[in-house]
Design a protein around this ligand. Structure first.
Ligand code: ADP
Length: 589
């Protein structure tokens, strides 16, 4: 069914009802007027007939002056007057002198007046002589001494109609004015009634789209019920808006917490479709694409072990956890925990799976294990050697030459042990105080001092050790002692690993926002594959080479630590057989 607006239901109904009422009243008024006027005209005819009979009663109806008198009276009162004898013959006629003597007994009013007790009659009929509708009144005149006769007075109906017509016109105009007034007044009232309802409808449509800030204007509402309805709705919108704001805020807070979690969170339904996923989960599981909601997890997760874990969790409907290794670009270790999602009514709807990346922790654990093993090994090797030679000296008869040789080895191994312990202590101290106390100092001075420490060893190797300052004695915020130690480590490595008669250059320069301290040698160089791990503790490129030159494997990790503590970094550029370049970069400010 086609729905109509309230206005178009009320207004036409008002209008039609008012119109019908008015038409009915108009018709009743016109009919009443019609009858009233006819009645009045007949009464008038009757009165006229009586007056006429008075004015002609003394006249001789057969005299010639009688006809003239009747004609004069007819003209005077503008009526058709006939005087008729009891045989029905016309004695005189105001408008038809030629009809005198003719019988009008067939005229119904004449016949009725002659034969009725009252001696009077009325009729409305067509008058063939005048070719018009006429209204007649006939009455007997009995008291006349000479000849009794009938007086008939008539008037054409159309003159009555003419008079009625002007009344009808006035009634019609009045009715039209009333109709226009009714239409305007009912338009005004219907409009006033429907306007606030329309405003409420518009408001409700807006509210349905989510705009709760809109209010209904109740100022011009004069209907009590509609006004209180509008006020109630305004209050409802206000409360709803407040509640929505609270929900929105809570939702935002939850979203923010959810998004900023470092653990990946994934909620799946019983059909293994994603219901919720946070940013961390997408990153950990390498899921691209923004909208994963309702996507089956098989389309998003590649690890069959994780998929199996989720499947089992959904089947078991109980909390579980497992450590799962995932092989993507790099190997990752996840601790995966699942918790069943159960509604208040006890219905199981899926589970929440939390992923935490354990890769770094496991790596650190591994490093720690390796470090402990390395430290034990590093300390055990010289100790075993010292112990072995000391026992030999004690238990065996050794000649002087060998005794001297063994004692040299014991001294060398104990100093190696001392160096290792010293470097370990340095590293451990630096681990504790990750930031060094820096002071403004001359880089040139630090480098010169480091070179002087290493020079005797280089001279033994007949190596040429040179220093170039391209910065013109630059100053920087440094820890002079630790920086000197780091540079000594680099120069010492260059001396140790380069052969005799080689050149070692130490260059201080400035590039962009960094001062760089480069130590360049002509030694054996380092293969690319080792370069990433060079700065790890105890990492050595070649064990056999190292055992010859003797080193703890901690020198470069101290260098890296010192550079980082200064807010800088270290670099290495080297190719097998083509020498090496180690660079410490320190920030200018
Ligand atoms: P080490 O005490 O053994 O020298 P480092 O940490 O100082 O330990 O160096 C790590 C490894 O890097 C060394 O064992 C060595 O194999 C390699 N290396 C360091 N500096 C050089 C260099 N200038 N030339 C060639 N190899 C080097």
């Amino acid at each position: 069914m086609k729905l109509k607006p309230l206005f178009w239901q009320l207004y036409p109904a008002f209008l039609v009802t008012s119109l019908l009422g008015l038409i009915l009243v108009t018709i009743i008024a016109c009919v009443t007027f019609h009858h009233f006027y006819l009645e009045k005209s007949l009464e008038d005819l009757q009165t006229r007939a009586q007056i006429l009979s008075g004015s002609i009663k003394d006249q001789d109806v057969k005299s010639s002056t009688f006809q003239q008198r009747v004609v004069a009276l007819g003209q005077q009162i503008d009526k058709h007057i006939s005087v008729i004898d009891f045989d029905g013959h016309i004695l005189a006629d105001s408008h038809r002198p030629k009809q005198i003597g003719k019988s009008v007994l067939e005229d119904p009013e004449v016949y009725q007046a002659l034969n009725s007790v009252e001696g009077a009659a009325r009729a409305q009929r067509y008058q063939s002589f005048f070719k018009k509708e006429y209204l007649y009144f006939v009455t007997k005149q009995m008291e006349i001494t000479k000849t009794p006769y009938l007086i008939r007075v008539g008037l054409p109906i159309d003159s009555i109609y003419q008079a009625l017509k002007s009344i009808y016109l006035k009634v019609f105009i009045g009715a039209c004015v009333v109709i226009i007034l009714v239409a305007l007044i009912s338009l005004y009232f219907v409009y006033k009634l429907t306007l606030p309802i329309e405003a409420i409808r518009k408001w409700a449509t807006q509210v349905a789209t989510g705009d709760l800030s809109l209010r209904i204007n109740t100022k011009n509402v004069y209907t009590k019920e509609v006004k209180s309805l509008a006020q109630a709705m305004n209050k409802m919108a206000f409360n709803l808006k407040k509640r929505m704001q609270t929900i929105h805020q809570q939702n935002n807070e939850q979203q923010a917490i959810f998004a900023s979690m470092s653990e990946g969170v994934l909620a799946v339904d019983t059909k293994q479709r994603v219901q919720l996923i946070n940013h961390a989960a997408k990153q950990l599981l390498q899921i691209s694409g923004i909208d994963c909601i309702s996507t089956p997890i098989q389309e998003l997760i590649r690890s069959s072990e994780i998929l199996q874990f989720i499947k089992d969790s959904l089947e078991l409907k109980a909390p579980r956890d497992k450590e799962i290794k995932v092989f993507a670009e790099t190997e990752k270790i996840f601790k995966v925990t699942s918790t069943p999602l159960i509604l208040q009514k006890g219905k199981f709807i899926g589970c929440v799976v939390v992923f935490s990346d354990q890769t770094q922790i496991r790596k650190l654990e591994q490093h720690r294990k390796e470090f402990v093993a390395n430290v034990s090994h590093e300390l055990r090797t010289p100790l075993t050697s010292i112990k072995g030679y000391a026992e030999t000296l004690k238990n065996t008869a050794v000649d002087d030459e060998n005794q001297q040789k063994f004692l040299d080895i014991i001294i060398k191994q104990s100093s190696r042990l001392g160096d290792s312990i010293d470097e370990l202590l340095t590293l451990s101290r630096m681990d504790k105080e990750s930031k060094l106390e820096l002071e403004k100092g001359s880089l040139k001075q630090v480098l010169e001092s480091a070179i002087e420490v290493c020079r005797p060893k280089a001279e033994v190797m007949q190596q040429k050790l040179s220093f170039t300052d391209e910065t013109n004695n630059a100053y920087a915020y440094i820890h002079p002692h630790m920086l000197e130690r780091a540079v000594v480590n680099l120069i010492d490595n260059a001396v140790k690993y380069s052969g005799a008669n080689t050149q070692i250059d130490v260059i201080l320069s400035k590039k962009d926002q960094y001062f760089s301290i480069s130590v360049i040698d002509e030694g054996p160089g380092i293969e690319q594959k080792h370069q990433d791990r060079l700065f790890e503790r105890f990492y050595r490129v070649d064990e056999s080479r190292n055992s010859k030159v003797g080193g703890s494997g901690l020198g470069l990790s101290i260098v890296k630590h010192v550079a980082l503590s200064h807010g800088g970094f270290v670099e290495v550029e080297s190719h097998s057989g083509k020498g090496s370049l180690f660079r410490i970069c320190l920030p200018v400010s």
